[in-house]
Write a protein that binds this ligand. Sequence first.
Ligand code: DGL
Length: 277
Amino acid sequence: MPAAASHALPDILPDPGAPVLLFDSGVGGLTVLAELRALLPQAPVIYAADNAGLPYGDKTEAQIAARVAGLLGRMTERLQPRLVCIACNTASTIALGMVREVLEVPVVGTVPAIKPAAALSRSGSIGLLGTEATIRQAYVDRLEREFASDKRLLRHAAPELVAAAERKLRGEPLGPGAFRRAADGLRAQPGGEAIDTVVLACTHFPLVSQELALAFGPEVRFVDGAAGIARRIAQLTQGQAFQRNHPDYALFTRAENDFAALSPALAEYGLDRLAVF
Ligand code: DGL
């Protein structure tokens, strides 16, 4: 008697060499890459930076959504990643839904870490630093309603910190001004003097957390979402085989004169080569 035909679709596992694609406007997503390396050192990674579009923070929602969805569509077609991570709060809070509709691979986004910050805060006064575009998003309003309705959440746009993080990774010196202004921008708001926890709602900002700690003082704790994002990627790729067929590399959307200055920092994150998409 013939065996009954099974109509269940077989599990389609990705090619072991298929990379995880980490995407940001610049070097901010490296903070997510560091956590991913710690959790999944064997995972091949392509780090993509849309430096031609940097900064995203001063763009409109329509500009960001069109740019990110278009680029990730083309990159996914060309690079065949097993998973895409939008390692950028600005792009995620605006375009995550749209990107998920366009791509067939799993897409992990970056959510401002309001939930863990609310759990940590003793004073009930929480600061949130992000880009101009991020802090005005309804996505952030929803997180505030859901996780911090009994807290005071104060938001401040700190685009200067994006530029500072970019400079720091190129080995350029940083003055304290931008960090002081970020701290003052939160402290000057009603309830700001009681802030004990600050959400770094831009993936660039943990790159300058030491400078921020000096500006805010020792009583303030910083929270970001990088470790949680890495855990989510590990969860979604559980059971998959990983094989690195070539060294991991960084892909930029525009050639820059200062690539040589950036290479040492990229190498520290295991990105041996820099290419233009
Ligand atoms: N790294 C991006 C974020 O997490 C923002 C940088 C930019 O303005 O492009 O929001």
